[in-house]
Design a protein around this ligand. Sequence first.
Ligand SMILES: NC(=O)c1ccc[n+]([C@@H]2O[C@H](COP(=O)([O-])OP(=O)(O)OC[C@H]3O[C@@H](n4cnc5c(N)ncnc54)[C@H](OP(=O)(O)O)[C@@H]3O)[C@@H](O)[C@H]2O)c1
Length: 337
Amino acid sequence: MMNRQWVLDTYPDGAATEATWRMVETERPEPGPGQILIRVKWLSLDPYMRGRISPAANYAAGVAPGGVMHGGGVGEVIASNHPDWNVGDMAESMSVGWQEYAVLTPDLPGSAATNRVPEGVPEQATLSWLGMPGLTAYVGLTEIGRPVPGDVLVVSAASGAVGQLVGQIAKLMGATVIGIAGSDDKLNHCRALGFDAGINYKTCPDIGAALDDLAPNGVNVFFDNTGGPIHDAVLSRLATRARVIICGRIAVVDKAPSEDIGLRASSRLIVTRARIEGLIVFDWWHRRDEAFAKLAQWYRDGHIQYREDVLDGFERVPEAFVRMMTGAKQGKQLVRL
Ligand SMILES: NC(=O)c1ccc[n+]([C@@H]2O[C@H](COP(=O)([O-])OP(=O)(O)OC[C@H]3O[C@@H](n4cnc5c(N)ncnc54)[C@H](OP(=O)(O)O)[C@@H]3O)[C@@H](O)[C@H]2O)c1
């Protein structure tokens, strides 16, 4: 029995392309003691993976050329040497990798653990609103952003895996929500989810002026998923004691560090006494149960809706990654095997 895998071919210079990876076939692995073997059904495409295919130092180890691409997924257990896991169980893990079969070690700690897919939700939800992106939105808002009724919150990459949740949770917390995204269709989706206003950063001639119109008293909470020009425009419009969550920097992740010229808004930070805090979701893994219970309740109550973009076929995983990074997809990017 064979296992198809996508391995990193070479580190990309700039944006990743489909040629960044190549497909190989290897023997299907066997689970060792305490391990399970899954047939992968879903793979998750996430921007953090761009950092894993760079030789630069990061908060987690990367993939070396020739290595199987890292990634989270969901699959069905087809062999088990673990007393708590049976054939037919559905498993989710951040350690699946881009392959058709994966051996998992359920008892590993933290984000390396294997989790059961709960009853009553679509199994792929464990890769999105009931998974890592859901936890990111939840802790970013409840721990760092802490919006209160009357606050104005701005979220960038607003229609994506994290952004669409940030806006919906912030509405539940009483904020007025402005989403920034790359198409009118994406902004219409955000409006349908309850966001109050939107800015299309690709067609808007002046993001700062648009923010001045929508938030004349400034921005109280900024959930920054992109960095870049959106970050600069929002940071110079913070309200007094604003909170800024630095979650992602997809707008600059493919650029050389020398292209960035630093903290342009520092005078505004002094005037407003604003706080900026970086977020790494893996620091908050111990809050998963609490976050997922809350998210599941909101979902059951109809407060959370979620858009997915599903490509079918293992062959299309690199294509899906490029779609996700460039914004060619709608909502959360997944591949169904
Ligand atoms: N810190 C953490 O622990 C953590 C955890 C999860 C995610 N994140 C970060 O959160 C951000 C969103 O992640 P996600 O999984 O929800 O991805 P996503 O929003 O579903 O997909 C990424 C989106 O970023 C937007 N984008 C791409 N290039 C851009 C640019 N130059 N300027 C502005 N927007 C751009 C695109 O949407 P448009 O069409 O709107 O341009 C694209 O679809 C990423 O930066 C990611 O690294 C961080």
